[in-house]
Design a protein around this ligand. Sequence first.
Ligand SMILES: [Zn+2]
Length: 268
Amino acid sequence: MKYIDPHIHMVSRTTDDYERMALAGCVAITEPAFWAGFDRSSAQGFYDYFRLLTEQEPQRAEAYGIRHHSWICINPKESEDLGLAREVLSIIPEFLEKPSVLGVGEIGLNKNSRNELTILEEHLALAEAHNQLVLVHTPHLEDKLKGTQLIMDAIKRNTNLDPGRVLIDHVEEHTVGAVLDQGFWAGMTLYPETKCTPQRAVDILEMYGKERIWMNSAGDWGPSDPLAVPKARLEMFKRGHQEADVMRVTFENPVTFLGQSERFRTDV
Ligand SMILES: [Zn+2]
């Protein structure tokens, strides 16, 4: 049974993970630019990272029958230095032209600081100017509710971006309702033990429905599971969800949101 993992950081994963995902039915992934575990010292470091995302990684995925796409930005964690962040922003338009790039992401907030918010607003303006889809990272733990609200306010206050073209990721029980109510798409990130486990994600689907929502592994260099989406799918089956509903959340919904970019494909 095929599925899409719409948020995973494959630059931090091994080729064996591509194989395991392909065996589990993965046909397409999208990889947002993020904090790669260390602070880069120059815009050139980001330039090379964006080349890795747009040139190298699609080839590695294709060898396993998986279509790879990416999102480009400077992540909030490295946005404190406004000079560096703006230098990186200036090289992003070149990458928005690449054939596998779907939009701007994962932008957002980390510590909800003033500088992070400034750079978030500049990314949103860039997305609007280039008519791009947007993928948003929300802070973890105690900063999540406030950060999610700040981000949604920034989008509505500063831009004419259609909320139907913006996905707010890492939602949990206390943020998903507000995200959906305001017309945005919601992403649930599955973690092996803490935060949103597959069980909690399926609880959320049962409470909030299966419209404008998807699940992803956000697999990266930290504790994470590249097979989290098929595991959540199994949890849905165990609880008696119909195959059509499982396909909707793990395949059709991602196709609907990502398909707003004509570059999105599920074949290789
Ligand atoms: Zn991520």
